[in-house]
Design a protein around this ligand. Sequence first.
Ligand SMILES: [Zn+2]
Length: 647
Amino acid sequence: MSDRPYLLERVGEAAIAQLYADGFSALPLREKLLVWHLYHAALAGRDIFFDQRYAHNLEMRAVLEEIVTHPAGIDAEALAEILRYTKLFWINIGPFNNLTARKFLLTCTPDALRGAAHQAASHGARFPVHEGESLDDMLRRMEPLFFDLSFESICTSKTPGAGRDILDASANNLYQGVTMADLEGFEERYGLNSRLVRSGDRLVEEVYRLEGRYGKEIAAIIGHLETAIPYATQTMAKALAALVKYYRTGEDKDREAYDIAWVSDRSSPVDTINGFIEVYLDARGMKGAWEGLVYYVNHDKTEAIRTLAREAQWFEDHMPWDPAYRKQGVTGVTGNAVEVVVETGHAGPVTPIGINLPNDQHVRERHGSKSVSLANVADAHEKSTPRGFRSEFSWTPDETERAETWGAFASELLTNMHEVIGHGSGRIEERLKGNPQAFLREHFSALEEARADLVGLYFLPDPKIVDLGLVPAESHAEIVLAQYEAYSRNALVQLRRMREGSQIEEDHMRNRQMVVHWLIANTTAIDVRMREGKTFHVMKNAAAFREGVGRLLAEVQRIKATGDYDAAKALFDTYGIHFDPALRDEIVVRVEELNLASYTGFVMPRLELVRDDAGLVTDVAISYPMDFTAQMLEYSGKSREDRRPRR
Ligand SMILES: [Zn+2]
C-alpha cells in the first residue's frame, strides 16, 4: 500500500488526489449496507450546493459537461482549456475559488467555446437552452459568466469596502435582491435553511424542505435515508428519523430535535452528516450550506481523541479566560477519528480535516458536541504534498528536521484539540441568547476558528498532555516547537492561496493570519527575517508564544461571550484580513518552484453492490477510481460508460 498513488494530477494551482478508506472492507455487511444507502443520500444532495453557491452553476456545469462528454472533432487547444476550466469548476463547485472566493475565468475565446459547443452538438450533446433560444443565444447570454471578471466577481464578500453591502457584493445564491438594510426589523423564521428573496417591497423565505426549495433533491435524500434506517443502530436510527422529519417540515424545532438526536448518538460505528450545516458561504454567517458526508470510526486513531474528550472538564477549568466564561459540568464532547467514504456539497471534493458539530450554541451547551477528525483525509493530504516545502520556509535545518519528524503528528494532535476541547469549550453571556453569530456577524466564523486554534496551541505545552499519554515526555518540547514553528510558517505559506488582491475572505485563513500577526505585534515570540531576498517567520521563543496565545485567547473568548462586534472587527481588520501583495508574489514564486498546490480536490472512493447468482446482495465493494473527470461525470449522471451508481 505504501507505493499506491495519492497525487493524481495538477490543474493550475490545484492538486487532485485519491482518497482511500482502508477499513471499509473489514466492516460487517450490515454496516457496509448502511454506508451504501447513506452514500447515495450524500450524492443525492450534490446539486443543492452547486445551486446555493451560484445561481448559474448548474447551467454552466451542464454546458461544460456536454462538451467534455462529446469531445470528438473539437479543436485540441480549445478542448484542453475547457477541460482545465471544467476540472477547476468541479473542484471549486463553480467559477469562484474556494479559498479566495474570487472568480476565475475560462481563458479560450468566446468563439472557441462556441465552436466547441457546436461541434459537441453535432455529436449529440444536448445543451440547457431556454425555450425559444438557439445555442448561440444561450452562449451569448452566458458569456459574462465564463469570460467577464467584473461580472459577479466574488462569491462571498464579507468586507467589500466602505459603503458597499455584504449581501449585495456577494454573488452566491443565498439571497436575491436583499441587502443588510432590508433585514432590519425583518423577522427571519428559517435563518439556517432558506433562500431570502425580495419580492416587491417584502422579503420571502424560500424554505429548503420537501415541499419547498430543493424539494426534488430533498425527496431523493429522504428516500435513501429511510432505506438506511433499518441497518442503523437504535440511536442512529432515531437521529436519521429526526433528520427525515426536519427535511420534511424545515422547522427549527425539528432541526434542534435532530441536532440533539445526532449528538446523543455517541457510539455508532458509522455516522453521517447530511444537511444545511456550515455557514461560511454566507457573508452574514447565517444560512447553512448543504453538505453530505459518510464515515466510519477508525478505532486505533480514536483512542487519543477519546482521551481528550474524557478530560474536557479539566481543560475547561484551566482555560486562560475569565472564569465567568468557563462552562460547568462539561459533558458529551465526543471525538472520533474516522475514515470518510464520501463527501459532497460543501464538504467535497475539497474537504475539511476536522469537524465539530452541531453549530447550535444552545444544543452544544446542554447536550455537548461531536468531533470527528478525518484521518484518511489528513493522511492523503500529507502523502500528496511535495517534501521540499518544509525546508523552503524553515529558518534552520533543525526546524526542517523537526517538521519532518513531528509535523504530521503534531498537526493531527492540534486538529484533535481544536475540535474536541476548542470548539466545544466556553460559555457566552445569557443576553446573547445562544446566538453570538447575530452579534459578531461576518467576523463570527473566523473568531470561532481562532478560538479553537488558540485552545490547542495554549494547551499543547501543558504537562497534562504528557500525563494523558498523548505525547512522549522526552519529545514533548520538540513537538511543541515543531507545531509553533509550523503555525508561524503557515501564515506565510498560506498566502500562496491568494493569487489576487490584497485581502483574505476565507475564515480559517483569516484566523491563522490574525493569530500570527497578533503574536508578531504583541510578543517577542516570532521574528520576521529576510535571507537572500526571501521572507521567513522565525519562531524563536516558545514560552513567549504560549503566553501570548493565552492572552489573545482570553480576549477572543471575551469577544465571543459578550458579542463585542467592534473588538472583533478591529482584531481582524488589523491582523487578519489584509496582506502585502508583494509578499504574496514572493511566496507564490517560491511555491511554484516546489510544485506545491494551493489546495487539493479529492477523488472519493466508489461503492458498488456485489450480488450472487440468485441476485442477493452479498457484499459492498469499494474501489478507487483514480480519475477525477470520470467521477465528476458519474456523479452528474453523465458517464460515457454509464457506470453511475444504482440502487
Ligand atoms: Zn474549526
